[in-house]
Design a protein around this ligand. Structure first.
Ligand SMILES: Cc1cc2nc3c(=O)[nH]c(=O)nc-3n(C[C@H](O)[C@H](O)[C@H](O)COP(=O)(O)OP(=O)(O)OC[C@H]3O[C@@H](n4cnc5c(N)ncnc54)[C@H](O)[C@@H]3O)c2cc1C
Length: 406
């Protein structure tokens, strides 16, 4: 028997592709999953809550969250974007909520409910799911393909949708059918630094402006960072790591991070310091700060890094120390010496080259009948639900095009 469509990989993009294809008229749709459980990444995502999309509804803003693939995603999002994904899940019975920062979660705060939604809808629609079915080889037939599954099983199919995520086996299958692979490198990680002046501030989160230079390439972000016991993490750092993923990898994760702790211009900060000095001359610099939002422990750590005397009064601060303090507050440099641990989420930057995909259909330009969706492609997003969104979008477009062409 020959299936209409076999999907390799039972993850987010695979399930969206399968459900869309079968609900648009395909008769026989099969998912082959290597492991014993489908949707395992959905289960562990968002700390077990699954941040499945984001309330960034404007496509022009949405694409800015994708360091790789943003151009191709414009067309795809015009067909199935955050609004459509949100409605899709709600219509399938999964209640969703939007958090203050725009991240979308199931109201139950349980990723199990996302899994339940996708598996129940797939089953009801007639999608056949085979677990413990690792696809090791694909060969071309005159019309269609044969898939060779570990344990000597074979499947014949008219179309294949490869949805193997960041797993190397999917890239290997794509390569065996003539596709170029952009070298996979990690994305969404924290930064480690050997500088230990901030160790006492570990656990503090604050809004800052940060600039990273790696081998003369410059990246900038403004947002929340978390001081960790080894360096820096938090949304703005993870975002920076995503946009600089390739350059940092090429530079062995060495770079120069500049932090403006105050999010102020030099003129504004200087004005505040001068006024404070004038009005608080008798007070100790260590215990009294002109900047309310700056946490006390960070203020003290920055002063200590400059070797400022703990008994120094504001009236006695010299020009040299005032200038050093100003620089430390608005333009402090930290040397990044390695990649720190991943945050709650991580993805692979790299994968099947986008030049070889027709983004109207997600079909390969090299091999007719072969389609791709999800993280296996050289597309990835920052944290906030953007990675799953790209999986829902590319899975939906692929499923729909396969159904319409058949
Ligand atoms: C810890 C963690 C937390 C995350 N949290 C979030 C989050 O909250 N929000 C967000 O947007 N993104 C999150 N992500 C990223 C998100 O999980 C991925 O972008 C997404 O799962 C990719 O989906 P996919 O369908 O492309 O691949 P996957 O979900 O990785 O699915 C691929 C499937 O293919 C199977 N497979 C691989 N090779 C073969 C083969 N040869 N034969 C058969 N099956 C095969 C794999 O076993 C796997 O089940 C997180 C990632 C991690 C690691």
């Amino acid at each position: 028997m020959i299936s209409d469509l076999v999907i390799i990989g039972g993850g987010a993009s695979g399930f969206m592709g399968a459900i869309t294809a079968i609900s648009n008229g395909l008769k026989s749709v099969v998912i082959l999953e290597s492991t014993s459980k489908v949707l395992e990444k959905v289960r562990i995502s968002g700390g077990g809550r699954c941040n499945l999309t984001n309330s960034c509804w404007e496509i022009s803003d949405l694409v800015n969250n994708y360091p790789r693939g943003y151009k191709q995603l414009i067309g795809l999002f015009n067909r199935f974007s955050t609004t459509e994904a949100f409605d899709w899940f709600q219509k399938k019975g999964l209640s969703l909520k939007v958090e203050k920062d725009g991240r979308v979660f199931p109201c139950s705060d349980s990723s199990e409910d996302v899994i339940k939604c996708l598996t129940v809808v797939a089953k009801k629609s007639g999608v056949k799911v085979f677990t413990n079915s690792h696809v090791k080889k694909i060969s071309l037939l005159k019309e269609g393909f044969t898939l060779f599954v570990k344990g000597n099983n074979q499947f014949n199919t008219k179309n294949i949708l490869i949805c193997t995520g960041g797993h190397p086996s999917g890239r290997k299958l794509a390569k065996s059918l003539g596709h170029s692979i952009i070298q996979p490198v990690p994305s969404l990680f924290s930064f480690s630094t050997s500088e230990n002046s901030l160790r006492t501030c570990s656990g503090i989160t604050l809004d800052v402006q940060i600039k990273l230079s790696v081998n003369k390439k410059k990246y900038a972000e403004t947002g929340a960072i978390l001081i960790t016991h080894k360096g820096f993490s938090g949304p703005a750092i993870l975002r920076l790591s995503a946009f600089s993923a390739r350059n940092l990898h090429a530079n062995k994760y060495k770079g120069e991070l500049r932090i403006n702790w105050l999010c102020m211009t030099e003129k504004e900060a200087r004005g505040k310091i001068d006024l404070y000095k004038l009005e608080n001359g008798k007070k100790l610099v260590f215990n009294n700060k002109p900047f309310d939002k700056l946490p006390k422990s960070l203020w003290k750590a920055l002063l200590s890094s400059l070797n400022i005397d703990t008994q120094l009064k504001w009236a006695d601060i010299t020009k040299y120390y005032k200038e050093a303090l100003l620089k430390c507050l608005i333009n402090k440099t930290y040397l990044i010496n390695s990649r720190g641990p991943f945050g709650e989420e991580f993805v692979t930057a790299g994968g099947v080259s986008l030049d070889e995909i027709n983004f109207k259909t997600m079909e390969s330009k090299i091999c007719k009948g072969l389609f791709f969706a999800g993280e296996v492609l050289d597309i990835d997003g920052v944290t906030g639900g953007f990675n799953f969104q790209h999986c829902w979008t590319s899975g939906w477009v692929a499923g729909k095009s396969i159904a319409l062409k058949s």
